[in-house]
Unconditional design. Structure first.
Length: 255
């Protein structure tokens, strides 16, 4: 079985990478989870997962200079595929090769989480949404963030990718989230999975180079991410069929 989720937001600053790793750790209590930093232009997941010093990353795989297995690392109960941060690595990477990467990983995991680019301005940014079975949209409780998230849903719908749900992250004002959540329920196809409070623990985890659930497992924010993961009903896709679908996926044109 395997299901692939893109974690996307439409714009930076929502805590998307923090959310991806938190959902991954929470899901890993019941599933084999692989997290891929698919933001090939502005990668930072490696700094959140104690992988800043690794030699081989997704950039090397997408450039055709390393096999997929060499860029997979066991961290925090998950398999993690970090992406490099150099401009040269980004230049040499072929985003279309992400199809083969995901197809290869699908043979040996239950859940793949693709940490997607913040903005949807290139083929590389949109491709994770094209490849995914479903997308988790990470929002802040503001109208502009809601608007950005709806653009993610629009792209997802174009490529027949369903919306698994919404995570409201970095929430400070309970009254504000109530109004925004009501609007989200009208416009988004998926449910609200959880509301995650703004957290000093999340900032401390980033500074420590650890996922939130490893650094502060008893924090309210960690509990909220576990709630979100528990609300996701993971599908049992056939690994071979899923891999074939990835390999034959049409690489989108520039948005």
């Amino acid at each position: 079985m395997v299901e692939v989720f893109a974690v996307a937001s439409g714009k930076g600053g929502t805590g998307k990478t923090t959310s991806t790793l938190a959902l991954g750790m929470a899901l890993a209590t019941d599933y084999d989870v692989t997290v891929v930093d698919a933001d090939t232009g502005m990668a930072n997941l490696l700094f959140h997962a104690d992988l800043a010093d690794v030699e081989t990353t997704l950039h090397d795989v997408l450039a055709g200079s390393a096999p997929v297995a060499s860029a997979v690392y066991d961290r925090f109960g998950m398999q993690v595929v970090p992406c490099g941060t150099s401009l040269a690595g980004f230049r040499d990477a072929d985003p279309a090769r992400l199809r083969e990467v995901v197809a290869t990983l699908a043979a040996d995991t239950d859940v793949i989480l693709l940490d997607s680019a913040a903005a949807l301005g290139s083929r590389a940014a949109v491709l994770p949404i094209v490849l995914a079975d479903r997308v988790v949209v990470v929002l802040q409780p503001t109208i502009p963030s809601l608007s950005d998230g709806l653009k993610v849903q629009e792209y997802a719908s174009t490529y027949e990718t369903d919306v698994a749900g919404i995570v409201f992250n970095r929430v400070r004002d309970d009254e504000a989230i109530a109004a925004i959540a009501e609007k989200a329920s009208r416009y988004f196809d998926g449910p609200t999975l959880a509301t995650v409070p703004e957290s000093d623990a999340a900032r401390a985890a980033r500074r420590a180079g650890e996922p939130l659930l490893a650094h502060a497992p008893d924090s309210p924010a960690a509990d909220a991410f576990r709630e979100a993961a528990g609300a996701i009903d993971v599908g049992a896709g056939d690994s071979d069929a899923v891999a074939d679908r990835f390999r034959s996926a049409v690489v989108p044109e520039e948005p």
